[in-house]
Design a protein around this ligand. Structure first.
Ligand code: F6P
Length: 346
């Protein structure tokens, strides 16, 4: 029987994705896992629109090392297309397109939808975790995170040049929708004093106290990294202004320090693919082909305790992977816990 593999990338793009698509395509064709491979354009949307492209080794090598996703992506959810469940239509369209098995590359939303399609519609599929937020449950690593942290490092260290010249308290916002990994690891890598993450609601007074103590002990400037959804304790959550603006105002109201704020923004997601994400893209792509070969559908590839592994997709439905406050965050000093013996790596 001839087998056609369809590959799609859904949700926020990220470094390492194209490398995973390339490896999966090559190993599927070379290993006779599939007779043909098609790339589905713009995530799930491409199935409804029957927008696909044939992939082969020569096509994918053109894109393998670049960031973003050359297949395009969207935030469509087959179970909620403008309020309607269109998962049944997806099955029909897949049949029309002649796609026998799917590989879904994306973050927790995309992989949750993939699991539901597998469970309720019986679509044979495998998953590859990919999100700069690194918040997919069941895996210690999702593609794109390391390159995004590199970008945070570049940004913070560039900002440092001017902050230290002008004695500035510089509030810098990172991405990371519901998890603080980007801010935490970016902060460890750059040695910033204060890191604020969504997992722990902080008090503005505490930030100011810490900044004052640091100033008194000779730190003439400071950088505060704040994740986009970090929250100030006891402050209403209906505040529409961005957290870096609110925090800058809170500090200005309480001190005479010169305060500036910045948002790193989408350059984190579009960051150049570093060697770790290239390597993990290759390994995750090859592992996904192995899952298909072994008929291990309903699984995703994952990094578990330093090994590339297979994990049931059901795992992703348990929520998201957040920063472990007890192990990894110092709630008194509002920063990473001693990043030494026993600290987790990815
Ligand atoms: O999930 C990746 C991510 O970049 C988050 O860090 C961020 O909150 C979100 O996507 C932004 O999404 P959008 O591209 O839809 O604005």
């Amino acid at each position: 029987m001839m087998v056609t593999l369809g590959i799609l990338t859904n949700g926020g793009d990220g470094p390492g994705t194209n490398q995973a698509v390339a490896s999966l395509t090559k190993s599927s064709l070379e290993g006779s896992v599939a007779d043909s491979v098609v790339g589905i354009r713009d995530g799930w949307a491409g199935i409804y629109n029957e927008n696909v492209m044939l992939l082969d080794a020569l096509t994918v090598r053109e894109y393998a090392n670049s960031s973003g996703t050359f297949l395009g992506t969207s935030r469509l959810n087959p179970f909620n297309v403008k309020g309607e469940d269109k998962s049944g239509q997806l099955v029909v369209k897949m049949r029309d397109l002649g796609i026998d098995v799917l590989a879904v590359i994306g973050g927790d939303g995309s992989l949750k939808a993939a699991y539901e399609l597998y469970k309720t519609r019986g679509i044979p599929l495998v998953g590859i975790p990919q999100t700069i937020d690194n918040d997919v449950l069941g895996t210690d690593y999702s593609l794109g995170f390391s390159s995004a942290v590199d970008e945070i490092q570049r940004y913070v260290n560039t900002a440092r040049n001017t902050s230290k010249s002008m004695n500035i308290i510089h509030i810098i916002k990172t991405m990371g929708r519901n998890a603080g990994h980007l801010a935490l690891h970016g902060g460890i890598a750059t040695g910033v004093g204060i890191i604020l993450i969504p997992e722990f609601a902080f008090r503005a007074e505490d930030v100011v106290d810490l900044l004052r103590k640091r100033r008194e002990s000779g730190y003439n400037y400071d950088i505060v990294l704040v994740a986009e959804n970090a929250k100030i304790k006891d402050r209403l959550n209906n505040e529409s202004r961005d957290i870096e603006l609110i925090l800058a105002e809170e500090i200005e109201n309480r001190t005479k320090y010169k305060v500036r704020n910045d948002s790193i923004g989408f350059i984190q997601r579009g960051a150049p693919t570093n060697s770790y994400d290239n390597e993990m893209g290759v390994k995750f792509g090859n592992a996904a082909a192995e899952l298909i070969k072994n008929s291990q559908v309903g699984y995703m590839v994952a990094l578990r305790k330093g090994l590339v592994s297979a994990v049931p997709l059901k795992r992703v439905t348990g929520g998201i992977r957040t920063v472990n406050l007890r192990e990894d965050y110092d709630v008194m000093r509002l920063t990473a816990k001693s990043a030494g013996l026993g600290s987790p790596v990815y």
